[in-house]
Ligand binder design. Structure first.
Ligand code: GDD
Ligand code: MG
Length: 363
């Protein structure tokens, strides 16, 4: 059984963190999102994974060296400067996927605890050309939305509909089972949108079915969603993540502390906090409701609350980083700087004075 993971898109809403890494490699409780997906694929006995990437993503994914265990991972790359959209990469990988059996397609930028085995079973039973995992959300406007008949056949499919157009709150979870017949619906050598070009056609022909997914699903597209998925998973694994909590500091669960992290005296970490691998935290530091990426250094008496701190960031003494702040990788913040809520800083930028209003600070 094969799966193709779409991972060649550009995450714009997670800037500045997505300037330096694809969304599929964002750490979720100290594990790249893609590693969670690989583990889930393995659990459901998928053997072959095709990563549909662009040049940059391919390099970044390979560099990350995610454990693959029993999975065989192949790469299928979009042509240089010609992103193929969500359907083009599937058509391009037609030979790798083959025509022997149905296969899985996964958006690489979501956390979706989908039972792939059941999805594939449902797909085979209905003999659909495509079966889409669907989940319920309050605001469907940022997603693909399905109108479902009683037998789970999808009558109509709208990509990013206006509020008046949206026929339901059942959205495309970005996880599909496709029969090889799908290749006939995808033109070759150009960008194709599966959602706008293929699904509406299949719906008309009654070859598109839905599979209701009611377990955990989260698009990590927005910073608050990214913090939320970390919080949810921290709560699920409470108490199992902190073997190396330092002497003299306090950990308030739920917290995850990465390998070789060092925490100074009287510092309080948590609740709802992830400290990445190789992070260094000084004395009297307070970090809560935040995610700190690998290799960040946070000096004495600094306060961080509700923020995302990129990899290898260096933060000085007595710094204040409040809610909704995002620091890109390698940012430096000097001693005594206070940031206003919602300040975002581009990678490698140095900040030596306080910032009083929410804004993006770039080079
Ligand atoms: N290789 C490749 N090339 N991959 C791509 C390209 C491309 O040109 N464009 C997008 N992708 C990948 C993205 O990396 C992502 O994993 C997936 O395809 C979906 O693309 P997004 O750009 O993230 O789409 P979206 O989030 O606006 O909407 C999609 O996901 C929603 C669920 O999160 C749609 O499938 C919606 O219908 C769905 O509800
Ligand atoms: Mg997306």
């Amino acid at each position: 059984m094969k799966a193709i993971v779409l991972a060649g898109g550009f995450a714009t809403r997670l800037r500045p963190l997505s300037c330096t890494r694809p969304k599929a490699l964002f750490p979720v409780v100290n594990k790249p999102l893609l590693e969670w997906t690989f583990e889930r694929l393995e659990k459901h006995n998928i053997r072959d994974v095709i990563m549909a990437v662009n040049h940059q993503t391919e390099i970044a994914v390979k560099e990350q060296k995610i454990p693959t265990h029993t999975l065989r991972v192949m790469y299928s790359r979009d042509p240089p400067r010609k992103p193929l959209g969500t359907g083009g990469p599937i058509k391009k990988a037609e030979k790798l996927i083959g025509h022997d059996s149905s296969f899985l397609v996964l958006n690489g930028d979501i956390f979706a605890d989908v039972n792939y085995t059941r999805l594939l079973e449902t797909h085979r039973k209905t003999r659909a050309t495509a079966t889409i995992a669907l989940c319920k959300v309050d605001d469907p406007s940022r997603f693909g939305v399905a109108e479902l008949a009683k037998d789970n056949c999808i009558r109509r499919f709208f990509e990013k509909p206006s509020p008046e157009e949206a026929p339901s709150k059942l959205i495309n979870a970005g996880v599909y089972a496709f029969h090889p017949e799908i290749f006939e619906y995808m033109p070759e050598n150009r960008a194709v949108s599966t959602e706008r070009e293929v699904f509406p056609k299949l719906a008309k022909e009654k070859k598109l079915y839905g599979y209701i997914h009611s377990d955990l699903w989260m698009d990590i597209g927005k910073p608050e969603e990214y913090l939320e998925i970390n919080r949810i998973l921290l709560n699920r694994t409470k108490g199992t993540q902190n073997q190396q909590a330092s002497r003299g500091s306090q950990v308030r669960e739920p917290v995850a502390i990465g390998k070789a992290a060092v925490i100074g005296k009287r510092s309080v970490i948590g609740p709802n906090t992830v400290l990445g691998h190789d992070t260094v935290v000084g004395d009297d530091v307070r970090i809560q409701d935040s995610v700190v990426f690998d290799g960040a250094e946070i000096d004495d008496s600094t306060r961080i609350q509700g923020a995302i701190i990129g990899g290898h960031v260096k933060i000085g003494k007595r710094v204040s980083i409040p809610k909704a702040c995002i620091l890109g990788d390698y940012v430096k913040i000097r001693d005594d700087v206070s940031l206003a809520e919602g300040v975002t800083v581009c990678p490698a930028k140095e900040i030596s004075e306080s910032v009083a209003t929410a804004r993006n600070i770039c080079c």
